[in-house]
Design a protein around this ligand. Structure first.
Ligand SMILES: CCCCCCCC/C=C\CCCCCCCC(=O)SCCNC(=O)CCNC(=O)[C@H](O)C(C)(C)COP(=O)(O)OP(=O)(O)OC[C@H]1O[C@@H](n2cnc3c(N)ncnc32)[C@H](O)[C@@H]1OP(=O)(O)O
Length: 181
Protein backbone atom coordinates (compact mmCIF):
# COMPACT_ATOMS: atom_id res chain seq x y z
CA UNK A 1 0.00 0.00 0.00
CA UNK A 2 1.15 3.54 -0.71
CA UNK A 3 1.78 5.85 2.30
CA UNK A 4 -1.11 8.08 1.16
CA UNK A 5 -3.56 5.15 0.80
CA UNK A 6 -5.53 4.82 4.03
CA UNK A 7 -8.01 2.00 4.62
CA UNK A 8 -10.54 1.89 7.45
CA UNK A 9 -9.83 -0.45 10.35
CA UNK A 10 -12.36 -2.72 12.05
CA UNK A 11 -13.16 -2.13 15.70
CA UNK A 12 -14.61 -4.68 18.11
CA UNK A 13 -14.30 -2.59 21.31
CA UNK A 14 -17.70 -0.91 21.30
CA UNK A 15 -17.56 0.66 24.76
CA UNK A 16 -13.99 2.04 24.84
CA UNK A 17 -13.89 5.73 25.89
CA UNK A 18 -11.55 6.53 22.98
CA UNK A 19 -12.88 4.37 20.14
CA UNK A 20 -16.13 2.71 21.23
CA UNK A 21 -18.88 3.66 18.82
CA UNK A 22 -21.52 2.79 21.45
CA UNK A 23 -19.96 4.93 24.20
CA UNK A 24 -21.92 8.16 23.93
CA UNK A 25 -19.75 9.91 26.53
CA UNK A 26 -16.62 8.92 24.60
CA UNK A 27 -14.66 10.30 21.64
CA UNK A 28 -15.91 7.70 19.11
CA UNK A 29 -12.57 7.73 17.29
CA UNK A 30 -12.44 5.76 14.04
CA UNK A 31 -9.14 4.48 12.69
CA UNK A 32 -7.41 4.13 9.33
CA UNK A 33 -4.09 2.59 8.40
CA UNK A 34 -1.58 2.84 5.56
CA UNK A 35 0.22 -0.20 7.06
CA UNK A 36 3.02 1.96 8.47
CA UNK A 37 0.93 4.27 10.62
CA UNK A 38 -2.51 4.45 12.16
CA UNK A 39 -4.60 7.61 11.82
CA UNK A 40 -7.80 9.07 13.21
CA UNK A 41 -9.59 12.31 12.32
CA UNK A 42 -11.73 13.96 14.95
CA UNK A 43 -13.15 17.12 16.44
CA UNK A 44 -12.84 17.49 20.21
CA UNK A 45 -16.35 18.42 21.39
CA UNK A 46 -17.12 21.47 23.52
CA UNK A 47 -17.85 19.58 26.73
CA UNK A 48 -14.21 18.40 26.78
CA UNK A 49 -12.77 21.91 27.01
CA UNK A 50 -10.33 23.24 29.57
CA UNK A 51 -9.94 27.01 29.12
CA UNK A 52 -12.95 28.51 27.29
CA UNK A 53 -12.01 27.60 23.72
CA UNK A 54 -9.26 25.09 24.34
CA UNK A 55 -9.38 21.32 24.31
CA UNK A 56 -8.43 19.91 27.70
CA UNK A 57 -4.83 18.67 27.83
CA UNK A 58 -5.94 15.43 29.47
CA UNK A 59 -8.28 14.79 26.55
CA UNK A 60 -5.47 15.45 24.07
CA UNK A 61 -3.37 12.95 26.04
CA UNK A 62 -6.19 10.39 25.80
CA UNK A 63 -6.42 10.87 22.03
CA UNK A 64 -2.64 10.39 21.69
CA UNK A 65 -2.70 7.33 23.99
CA UNK A 66 -5.52 5.82 21.95
CA UNK A 67 -3.79 6.23 18.59
CA UNK A 68 -0.56 4.84 20.05
CA UNK A 69 -2.47 1.87 21.51
CA UNK A 70 -4.07 1.13 18.15
CA UNK A 71 -0.74 1.56 16.30
CA UNK A 72 1.03 -0.83 18.68
CA UNK A 73 -1.76 -3.41 18.59
CA UNK A 74 -2.27 -3.31 14.85
CA UNK A 75 1.33 -3.06 13.70
CA UNK A 76 2.67 -5.67 16.16
CA UNK A 77 -0.44 -7.84 16.54
CA UNK A 78 -0.13 -8.11 20.30
CA UNK A 79 -2.06 -7.20 23.40
CA UNK A 80 -0.62 -4.17 25.17
CA UNK A 81 -0.92 -1.78 28.10
CA UNK A 82 0.36 1.78 28.36
CA UNK A 83 3.23 1.90 30.84
CA UNK A 84 3.90 5.63 30.56
CA UNK A 85 3.35 8.56 28.24
CA UNK A 86 5.21 11.82 27.67
CA UNK A 87 3.22 14.55 25.95
CA UNK A 88 4.39 17.88 24.55
CA UNK A 89 1.60 20.42 23.97
CA UNK A 90 3.10 22.61 21.24
CA UNK A 91 0.17 24.72 20.03
CA UNK A 92 -3.30 25.40 21.41
CA UNK A 93 -5.94 22.95 20.13
CA UNK A 94 -9.40 24.50 19.96
CA UNK A 95 -12.65 22.72 20.61
CA UNK A 96 -14.62 22.25 17.41
CA UNK A 97 -11.43 22.31 15.30
CA UNK A 98 -10.79 19.30 13.01
CA UNK A 99 -7.57 17.50 13.93
CA UNK A 100 -5.82 14.34 12.82
CA UNK A 101 -3.73 12.05 14.99
CA UNK A 102 -1.10 9.63 13.75
CA UNK A 103 0.54 6.76 15.64
CA UNK A 104 3.58 4.75 14.65
CA UNK A 105 6.24 2.46 16.11
CA UNK A 106 9.27 4.43 17.28
CA UNK A 107 11.36 1.55 18.63
CA UNK A 108 10.70 -2.07 19.44
CA UNK A 109 12.91 -2.70 22.47
CA UNK A 110 12.21 -6.45 22.77
CA UNK A 111 9.23 -8.84 22.69
CA UNK A 112 7.77 -7.24 25.86
CA UNK A 113 8.47 -3.54 25.38
CA UNK A 114 7.80 -1.09 22.57
CA UNK A 115 8.06 2.67 22.27
CA UNK A 116 5.24 4.15 20.19
CA UNK A 117 5.02 7.77 19.03
CA UNK A 118 2.09 9.98 18.05
CA UNK A 119 1.44 13.38 16.55
CA UNK A 120 -1.70 15.50 16.60
CA UNK A 121 -1.92 17.81 13.59
CA UNK A 122 -4.28 20.75 13.24
CA UNK A 123 -6.19 21.67 10.08
CA UNK A 124 -3.13 23.61 8.82
CA UNK A 125 -1.04 20.44 9.16
CA UNK A 126 0.98 21.84 12.06
CA UNK A 127 2.00 19.45 14.85
CA UNK A 128 0.03 20.82 17.79
CA UNK A 129 0.90 18.00 20.19
CA UNK A 130 3.18 15.01 20.19
CA UNK A 131 3.68 12.03 22.45
CA UNK A 132 5.94 9.13 23.13
CA UNK A 133 4.58 6.14 25.00
CA UNK A 134 6.21 3.08 26.49
CA UNK A 135 3.91 0.08 26.12
CA UNK A 136 4.12 -3.38 27.69
CA UNK A 137 3.38 -6.16 25.19
CA UNK A 138 1.64 -9.35 26.26
CA UNK A 139 0.98 -12.77 24.86
CA UNK A 140 -2.71 -13.74 24.81
CA UNK A 141 -2.03 -16.25 27.64
CA UNK A 142 -0.45 -13.62 29.89
CA UNK A 143 -3.21 -11.12 29.10
CA UNK A 144 -5.85 -13.73 29.95
CA UNK A 145 -4.13 -14.43 33.27
CA UNK A 146 -4.29 -10.70 34.14
CA UNK A 147 -8.10 -10.78 34.10
CA UNK A 148 -8.46 -7.58 32.06
CA UNK A 149 -11.28 -8.67 29.80
CA UNK A 150 -13.85 -11.47 29.76
CA UNK A 151 -12.88 -14.69 27.98
CA UNK A 152 -15.29 -14.17 25.04
CA UNK A 153 -13.89 -10.69 24.37
CA UNK A 154 -10.35 -12.03 24.55
CA UNK A 155 -11.25 -14.69 21.98
CA UNK A 156 -12.73 -12.03 19.68
CA UNK A 157 -9.53 -9.98 20.00
CA UNK A 158 -7.42 -13.07 19.18
CA UNK A 159 -9.59 -13.64 16.11
CA UNK A 160 -9.05 -10.02 15.15
CA UNK A 161 -5.25 -10.36 15.47
CA UNK A 162 -5.30 -13.46 13.25
CA UNK A 163 -7.41 -11.83 10.54
CA UNK A 164 -5.27 -8.66 10.67
CA UNK A 165 -2.14 -10.79 10.30
CA UNK A 166 -3.62 -12.62 7.29
CA UNK A 167 -4.55 -9.29 5.66
CA UNK A 168 -1.08 -7.87 6.32
CA UNK A 169 0.53 -10.93 4.72
CA UNK A 170 -1.81 -10.66 1.72
CA UNK A 171 -0.89 -6.98 1.24
CA UNK A 172 2.83 -7.69 1.57
CA UNK A 173 2.53 -10.50 -0.97
CA UNK A 174 0.63 -8.25 -3.42
CA UNK A 175 3.28 -5.55 -2.96
CA UNK A 176 6.18 -7.90 -3.71
CA UNK A 177 4.32 -9.26 -6.79
CA UNK A 178 3.86 -5.66 -8.02
CA UNK A 179 7.51 -4.84 -7.38
CA UNK A 180 8.57 -7.92 -9.38
CA UNK A 181 6.17 -7.21 -12.29
C1 LIG B 1 -4.91 -6.01 15.58
C2 LIG B 1 -6.15 -5.37 16.05
C3 LIG B 1 -6.13 -3.90 16.06
C4 LIG B 1 -7.50 -3.38 16.20
C5 LIG B 1 -7.99 -3.46 17.61
C6 LIG B 1 -9.44 -3.19 17.68
C7 LIG B 1 -9.95 -3.27 19.07
C8 LIG B 1 -9.48 -2.13 19.93
C9 LIG B 1 -9.51 -2.55 21.33
C10 LIG B 1 -9.23 -1.74 22.29
C11 LIG B 1 -8.74 -0.39 22.15
C12 LIG B 1 -7.95 0.02 23.33
C13 LIG B 1 -6.85 0.96 22.95
C14 LIG B 1 -5.90 1.00 24.09
C15 LIG B 1 -5.28 2.33 24.22
C16 LIG B 1 -5.15 2.71 25.63
C17 LIG B 1 -4.28 1.76 26.38
C18 LIG B 1 -4.47 1.93 27.84
O1 LIG B 1 -4.99 2.89 28.29
S1 LIG B 1 -3.91 0.68 28.87
C19 LIG B 1 -4.51 1.22 30.46
C20 LIG B 1 -3.49 1.98 31.22
N1 LIG B 1 -2.35 1.14 31.58
C21 LIG B 1 -2.43 0.21 32.55
O2 LIG B 1 -3.46 -0.03 33.14
C22 LIG B 1 -1.16 -0.52 32.90
C23 LIG B 1 -1.07 -0.77 34.39
N2 LIG B 1 0.28 -1.21 34.71
C24 LIG B 1 0.61 -2.50 34.80
O3 LIG B 1 -0.21 -3.39 34.67
C25 LIG B 1 2.07 -2.77 35.06
O4 LIG B 1 2.74 -1.57 35.37
C26 LIG B 1 2.78 -3.42 33.83
C27 LIG B 1 2.26 -4.85 33.61
C28 LIG B 1 2.60 -2.60 32.57
C29 LIG B 1 4.24 -3.52 34.13
O5 LIG B 1 4.34 -4.07 35.39
P1 LIG B 1 5.63 -3.77 36.29
O6 LIG B 1 6.08 -2.37 36.04
O7 LIG B 1 5.30 -4.16 37.65
O8 LIG B 1 6.65 -4.72 35.57
P2 LIG B 1 7.65 -5.67 36.16
O9 LIG B 1 8.05 -5.30 37.58
O10 LIG B 1 8.69 -5.72 35.13
O11 LIG B 1 6.82 -7.08 36.20
C30 LIG B 1 5.86 -7.42 37.14
C31 LIG B 1 5.22 -8.71 36.70
O12 LIG B 1 4.54 -8.56 35.46
C32 LIG B 1 5.16 -9.35 34.46
N3 LIG B 1 5.22 -8.61 33.23
C33 LIG B 1 5.50 -7.31 33.08
N4 LIG B 1 5.44 -6.96 31.81
C34 LIG B 1 5.15 -8.10 31.12
C35 LIG B 1 4.95 -8.38 29.77
N5 LIG B 1 5.04 -7.44 28.82
N6 LIG B 1 4.63 -9.66 29.41
C36 LIG B 1 4.55 -10.62 30.33
N7 LIG B 1 4.70 -10.39 31.64
C37 LIG B 1 5.00 -9.15 32.03
C38 LIG B 1 6.54 -9.67 35.00
O13 LIG B 1 7.05 -10.87 34.50
C39 LIG B 1 6.30 -9.76 36.46
O14 LIG B 1 5.70 -11.00 36.76
P3 LIG B 1 6.26 -11.89 37.96
O15 LIG B 1 6.01 -11.06 39.19
O16 LIG B 1 7.70 -12.10 37.64
O17 LIG B 1 5.43 -13.15 37.87
Amino acid sequence: MQPNEWRPMTNIAHECFGCGQHNHQGLKMRFFTNEQQVRSDLVIPGHLRGWSNLAHGGVITTVLDEVMGWAGMYLLNQFLLTRDIKVRFKLPVRIGEPVSVYGFIAEQKNDRQVIVAAELRNAKGQVAAKAEGHFALFSAEKFAAMDIMPADELERMKGMFSSVQREQMRLQHAESENAGA
